[in-house]
Design a protein around this ligand. Structure first.
Ligand code: HEM
Length: 504
């Protein structure tokens, strides 16, 4: 018997598409839109008070949480609204079929947003064109193709011994900082150290003990990444005055980037001194060797580019993974029943002294469901973003080419018409419910999707295995909902106080 989940029922009732995992899904979506008269772009609902050129920019003034603003605007206007700023219009959508359709139209050179061009402009001025997260067109495609081998599962699983080592250090840090009652007052600090250490491991082969090295390069690197992300928001949402004079955001962006490059070079010098001797290695040894070493050995790019890409990976992976893991440990420590289920699965796969690796992690799907369920409720990257080269019709509106289309992941993730009992934390829904695959996309989608997804997922699973096997965790935060905020990335904004009790 076919079971329809609520969002399918809603679409069927409203005469929209009924989702099936077939290749004709997009055509069906298009034909359902064509059934009705398509309305012009100007008819899309929009907050009042858009001013010439600056548009709705006043709504961003003093903002501390972008997703709070957009959640409100979705409530006010429905599943689609227009937001104008600095001469451009963006469209926000909270409908999985429309998000899917956007991705299906992304073309050969997917681009996230017109504002990428702002950062591109600054990088061109600096002659730092090799930060591929900001590249576009053929250049982006060429770079991404050169980084493909490192994404093979065998390679990423090859980092497991290092991930295990850093996770064991996390456990040591818990013992070092917990109080007499077993509480770590704010686990976010330990998570940030862990996240930097795992990223430094796969990017450079570095073995960093950040907590023992307080005030060292690690702290500076973390500050520079945080600063860079914040200034990115200013650069991407403000008028491009930096083309006329060096604005504050422009100067800060350059300052943080200089710092990242400086530290990246120090790491590179420190950890690749014996690269020539190691150049002739077997495929097996190659797996798990640092990204920088692999790129230098492969010789498909200059040493300068290889170092830039390593910095790019370290920076792109650090806070995204740290914030996600903070939410994951929060949901884990709030739900003892989930913890016990995970514990049972882990101990049924791993022997007492055995550490997780590629084979064993694949036998623990529950960890993946737990992470995904957390990401549904706490979207660190709350939107998908695409800037299309062609016109498209979405939700019965005409969207002209070169409009940035944001998919409201947070709103969809908590939509009662898409998820049964949406505020309930239930990792099992990922095996029992029929969930549209474009509702929860924390890593984006397609050829421009997150390059480091596999790294992030494996790092987190290794940490979870180690922690769950070692401790029972309890969080005494008084609410079921952890406060969060942020402009580019969503992060927990309250301390996460967790009691760690050894299991034996
Ligand atoms: C939980 C952790 C992470 C989250 C939530 C995350 C999320 C994302 C998202 C949403 C995108 C944009 C995708 C799109 O536009 O479709 C992205 C891009 C990217 N991510 Fe991640 N990421 C994470 C971890 C990492 C890690 C560990 C690395 C490095 C190893 C990394 C490297 C990148 C890079 C290089 C891009 C740009 C890809 C391109 O433009 O082609 N990310 N990430």
């Amino acid at each position: 018997m076919i079971r329809f989940c609520s969002w399918q029922r809603r679409l069927a009732l409203t005469g929209g598409i009924r989702w099936k995992a077939t290749s004709s899904r997009v055509e069906k979506a298009e034909s359902s839109v064509q059934d009705k008269a398509v309305k012009p772009f100007s008819a899309i609902p929009s907050p009042p008070g858009s001013l010439p050129f600056i548009g709705h920019i006043r709504l961003l003034k003093g903002l501390t949480s972008l997703s709070e603003l957009t959640s409100k605007l979705f409530k006010d206007h429905g599943r689609i609204f227009r937001f104008d700023f600095i001469g451009y219009s963006s469209v926000f959508i909270a409908d999985p079929s429309a998000v899917e359709k956007t991705f299906r139209h992304e073309g050969k050179y997917p681009s996230r947003s017109f504002t990428e061009a702002n950062v591109d402009y600054i990088l061109k001025q600096r002659n730092d064109r090799n930060f591929f997260v900001f590249q576009s067109g053929e250049e982006w495609r060429d770079t991404r193709s050169k980084l493909g081998k490192q994404l093979m599962p065998a390679n990423v699983y090859g980092y497991c011994p290092g991930f295990n080592k850093v996770s064991r250090r996390f456990i040591r840090n818990v013992y070092d900082v917990q109080n007499d009652d077993g509480f770590v007052e704010d686990v976010r600090d330990l998570i940030r150290y862990w996240s930097l250490e795992v990223a430094a491991h796969f990017a450079y082969g570095a073995d960093i003990d950040s907590i023992k090295n307080k005030g060292g390069l690690e702290k500076e690197f973390q500050d520079a990444v945080g600063g860079l992300v914040d200034t990115l928001f200013d650069l991407q949402t403000g008028p491009p005055l930096y083309k006329v004079f060096p604005t504050k955001a422009y100067r800060e962006f350059n300052k943080y980037l200089d710092k990242l490059i400086e530290i990246g070079q120090v790491y590179a010098d420190q950890y690749t001194s014996d690269i020539k001797e190691r150049a002739a290695v077997s495929e097996e040894k190659f797996h798990g060797m640092s990204l920088l070493e692999q790129w230098l050995i492969e010789g498909k790019m200059s040493a300068k580019d290889a170092i830039s890409h390593s910095i790019n990976m370290l920076a792109a992976g650090m806070d995204t993974t740290a914030h996600t893991t903070a939410f994951v440990l929060y949901t884990l420590s709030k739900h003892p029943e989930v913890q016990e289920k995970a514990y049972k699965q882990i101990t049924s796969v791993l022997g007492d002294d055995e550490e997780p690796d590629g084979d064993s992690l694949q036998k623990m799907p529950y960890l993946g469901h737990h992470i995904k369920e957390t990401q549904r409720l706490y979207q660190v990257t709350p939107y998908t973003a695409r800037w299309l080269e062609t016109d498209v019709e979405l939700l019965n509106y005409h969207i002209p080419a070169k409009t940035t289309i944001f998919g409201g992941l947070e709103t969809m993730g908590q939509d009662p018409t898409l998820f049964k009992d949406p505020l309930k934390f239930n990792p099992d829904r990922w095996t029992t419910d029929d969930i549209h695959p474009f509702t929860v996309l924390p890593f984006g989608f397609g050829p421009r999707g997150c390059w480091g997804r596999r790294f992030a997922e494996i790092e987190m699973k290794v940490l979870l295995c180690q922690l769950i096997r070692h401790f029972k965790m309890e969080c005494d935060f008084p609410s079921d909902r952890l406060p969060s905020g942020g402009l580019m990335l969503k992060r927990p904004t309250a301390p996460i106080r967790i009691k760690f009790t050894p299991r034996n």
